[in-house]
Each structure stands twice: as C-alpha cells, then as structure tokens.
Design a protein around this ligand. Sequence first.
Ligand SMILES: Nc1ncnc2c1ncn2[C@@H]1O[C@H](COP(=O)(O)OP(=O)(O)OP(=O)(O)O)[C@@H](O)[C@H]1O
Ligand SMILES: O=c1ccn([C@@H]2O[C@H](COP(=O)(O)O)[C@@H](O)[C@H]2O)c(=O)[nH]1
Length: 319
Amino acid sequence: MTVIDSIKAVFSSSSSESTSTSTPHSNSTTTSTGPSSETLKPHPEGNAPAHPSNPDAKAVPEQAVLSDKPVFDQNKVTVIFVLGGPGAGKGTQCERLVADYGFKHLSAGDLLREERNRPGSTYGELITEYIREGKIVPQEVTIKLLENAMSSTLSSPPSSQNEAWSNGKGRFLIDGFPRKMDQALKFDESVVKSSFVLFFSTTEAILLERLLERGKTSGRDDDNKESIVKRFRTFVETSMPVVDYYRKLGKVVEIDSSPPIDVVYEKVRVEMDQRLGNLNSSSLDTTSQPQVPAASSNTTSTATRSNATGEAPILAPAV
Ligand SMILES: Nc1ncnc2c1ncn2[C@@H]1O[C@H](COP(=O)(O)OP(=O)(O)OP(=O)(O)O)[C@@H](O)[C@H]1O
Ligand SMILES: O=c1ccn([C@@H]2O[C@H](COP(=O)(O)O)[C@@H](O)[C@H]2O)c(=O)[nH]1
C-alpha cells in the first residue's frame, strides 16, 4: 500500500470521491494566505482560539482530527463564506473587501496549494491529485487548514485593523469553501457557525473564458480545459447543493458576477454596507435579520435572476 493509499483509507469514511494515479504538481502563483508550517495540527483544547505554538511539519493523518464543538466563539469571530463557480471572481472581490472592510481573506484553494507545496507535507500528493481532478479534498484536511489559519490570524491580527480585531474579535472571508455538504456541516460544528454566504453566479461560458485567460499566467495546473470541465461538473453536482442548503436557511446573498469587476464590486459593497453594523457589533446571521429585498439590494433571487449576457446562468441553481 502506498502512502497515498493509506491516506485515502483514513479518509474513506468522509469522502466518496474516486481518484486516479497521481503525478507531481506544478507551482501556483496564488497569494499565500495561511501559516505554512502550522498546518494540520490538532486543535487546541477548549473553546478559545489558540495560536499554534508547536508546528508539526510532518503531521500524520490521524492528527487532522476535528473538534465536536466550535473552536471559536461566534460572538467574536465572524465568518462569511464566498462561493461561486470556478473563475466567478471570488478571489478578485475578496481582495477588494479586504482593503475596504478589514477582513482576513482565507482561500481554501490557496491553503490547499500551500500545504501541497510545503516540504514534508503528508498530504501533498493527495491534494495534487484531487485538485487536478477537480475533486473535493477530504474535509478533515481543508477544515484543519482553515482552523489553523484562523487561529494564527487571531493571534496576530492584521495590524491595520483595530476595532474589528480587538479583544479576540475577527472577521474572515472564507473563499471557495464549503464545496461539499459534509464540509458545511462540519465547519459549523467544529470551527464556528458562518454568518452568511456571498454567492457569485454567472454563466459557464464566462467562467470558461476567464479561467482560460487566467491559465495563461496563473501557473495553476487546473486552469486547463480538461481540469476546468471536471471542476464545473463538481461544482454543479457537489457544491451547488451547499448553496441551495444555505439558500433554504435564508443565508445566501447572490450577486451576478458577469459584469465588469468594478460593477460587481459596487453591488458587493451595497450588500456589505447593509450588514456592516451587525458585523461591527457581533456575529452576523442573516437568518435572524430582516431579509433585504432583491429589488433594493441589487441582488437577484433564484426566481428572477438573469445576467449581463442574457444567458441563463448555468452555474447557479436551476430556476
Ligand atoms: N467581473 C469580472 N469581469 C472580468 N474578469 C473578471 C471578473 N472577475 C474576475 N475576473 C477575472 O477572472 C479570473 C478569475 O477570477 P478569480 O481568480 O477572482 O476567480 P475565483 O472565483 O476566485 O476562481 P477560482 O475559484 O478558480 O479560484 C481572473 O483572471 C480575474 O481577473
Ligand atoms: O474546500 C475546498 C476548496 C478547494 N478544493 C480543491 O481546490 C481546487 C481549487 O480551488 P479554488 O477555489 O479554485 O482555488 C478545487 O477544484 C478543489 O479540487 C477542495 O478540495 N476543497
């Protein structure tokens, strides 16, 4: 049995994804967002966010154990999930939100690529294979990476932030996660309950065009036609049910990301500004807030949604 077979066996109960033979990965040019040597450590005891102080560069899979209760206090730590098809513009919009609202941006994909590139990572080969195939890496790995990155950030808050990051408080944009229902449920249970979901929808044609263009310079080994098609399929089959789940809970803020970046961001700002009071005071859960009417918020409901091209959004819920 190879190392990767052993890892897959460990995670077999949490992932039903099939896999294929792995090959070495290529480099990524994405920005690093998490602690490279502090990943996949066991969570600290208790409910308080703790800074990982004993990095374990050779963690074994059994150490990626998740808590059965939230590690962070929802009244202090705000999490907004940012979802959308591959290339929808999640990272682009998050970058602006970081600058304007003082969020910490954690991209699950970036954290996985960073872990993959970390010398000695137990998970490198596994992550490479899953990313190339457009499949969802077993939740234990991704959630532990996110949890560790959050702990680390809370221990050394972004210097430019004050009130939002004082007294153990923090606000995170978690980009490209959760991509699968098990992740959504487990993150709520073991890390912290999310506040709401920013969901960027557009057409498959637009996504494809953007990803192929990005692929010319990104260095990402999944920005090629073959991987992109697989990623689209995974998004529709595995990740859209997560969006639908949150939609039923009234937690989805949907924004058409077909228009130019600035136009999309204006809509994002309107949504964020409407929610900022809550973000400043404590956690934000739109299920307990009055829902913003689509007409006044520039977002579109599932029933009325259209996009700039007039095409039916494919990577969005069926109308
Ligand atoms: N509204 C937009 N109009 C045109 N191009 C855009 C828009 N938003 C993002 N892009 C471009 O599309 C590409 C994909 O954007 P981005 O990396 O932000 O997407 P993403 O959703 O984070 O993708 P992934 O899930 O694959 O990481 C980038 O090259 C970006 O510059
Ligand atoms: O929660 C997650 C998020 C991502 N992945 C894998 O990473 C790639 C790339 O993700 P991007 O968000 O496009 O950077 C994705 O296709 C998955 O293979 C994951 O497994 N779990």
